[in-house]
Ligand binder design. Structure first.
Ligand SMILES: [Zn+2]
Ligand SMILES: [Zn+2]
Ligand SMILES: [Zn+2]
Length: 318
């Protein structure tokens, strides 16, 4: 199955690829939503409900339209799998969560150590309580030697409070050992699938619709047998009621397109009996390619978007 056929198998994927082309995105980055946890907000943006985002992502991957790559670590509750975890510091003696944290600093010159509150002067600057000198630069005058936690209920001090993780959803608590470590991926969209979708859905499909509207019967791709006996393939063949054939070749490039494509289409068209040969070049041809096309009597339609091209196409085929 072609990538395009895979995309067409699910209307939501069509929406997603239209969105990706429009926004020029080729990767889906998960974002943290405080209510729902990590989610692919691009998928939400195309109108998919939250409940179906991950289902669509796995479908995308299973169809080969994208691949998952590690993006970030996520800690989860072992009871309800939620990623909404809060960290709590407890007093190890009385289990209170009313904890006051204080830095321990040392006056480097005389080695005096104490909680930072003992060093604070009235105007907020640091002054050694022992020798009275001003402590200005961290690392030079003083350094941080540790942290103290003081319980505001039992007033005991510790440098090792009990750390627990509480789930915001089910309210249960676990230690670090109990937490589930999982991860979330970013989704790298398959470039070939994007290109194929762009070509088939955003270029070829509207051209076919236009031809059908003008009463052409359409084959895509279409083949014709030449005078030489060789079979030639064109991206689109349109046949009108009089039996006249229009052959269309489409070239899509990242930059302007050179004359080789003009020549190869022209050689095919010479061998077969077509009323008109049209080359659609996205975004544009080089000057020399345009001149060659002109001198061979080939209709060339250039443009960045299909709407620019359809308007010119209409005037050529009617
Ligand atoms: Zn939970
Ligand atoms: Zn306590
Ligand atoms: Zn001192």
């Amino acid at each position: 199955m072609s990538y395009y056929a895979s995309i067409l198998s699910d209307e939501r994927l069509v929406k997603l690829f239209e969105y990706l082309i429009k926004t020029k995105k080729d990767v889906l980055i998960p974002e943290y939503d405080p209510n729902y946890g990590h989610i692919y907000s691009d998928i939400i943006d195309i109108g998919i409900s939250r409940d179906h985002v991950f289902e669509l992502i796995s479908k995308l991957i299973s169809l080969g339209l994208g691949k998952a790559e590690y993006y970030d670590q996520i800690l989860r509750c072992p009871y309800c799998n939620s990623e909404h975890i809060r960290v709590y510091f407890y007093c190890p003696f009385c289990n209170s969560t009313q904890i006051y944290k204080e830095l321990l600093i040392e006056h480097i010159r005389d080695g005096v150590i104490g909680p930072i509150s003992k060093f604070k002067s009235q105007n907020g600057t640091l002054v050694c309580p022992s020798c009275g000198s001003k402590l200005i630069t961290e690392g030079k005058d003083y350094r941080i030697v540790g942290v103290w936690y003081r319980c505001l209920v039992c007033y005991r001090q510790t440098d090792l409070p009990k750390i627990m993780y509480r789930c915001r959803i089910c309210k249960k608590e676990v230690t670090a050992h109990g937490l589930v470590i999982s991860s979330i991926s970013k989704i790298i969209i398959n470039k070939l699938a994007l290109e194929e979708f762009f070509r088939q859905h955003l270029i070829i499909k509207p051209i076919i619709e236009e031809l059908k509207e003008k009463k052409f019967s359409v084959n895509y791709p279409g083949t014709l047998i030449g005078k030489s006996g060789a079979t030639h393939k064109f991206d689109i063949l349109g046949i009108n009621e009089k039996g006249e054939i229009i052959a269309i070749d489409i070239v899509i490039g990242n930059e302007i397109i050179g004359e080789t494509v003009i020549l190869s289409s022209f050689v095919k068209a010479l061998d077969v009996n077509v009323k008109k040969l049209i080359i659609i070049a996205i975004p544009a041809l080089t000057d020399s390619a345009r001149k060659i096309a002109e001198s061979y009597g080939i209709n060339v339609l250039e443009g960045k978007t299909i709407s620019e091209i359809i308007t010119s196409l209409r005037s050529i085929i009617t």
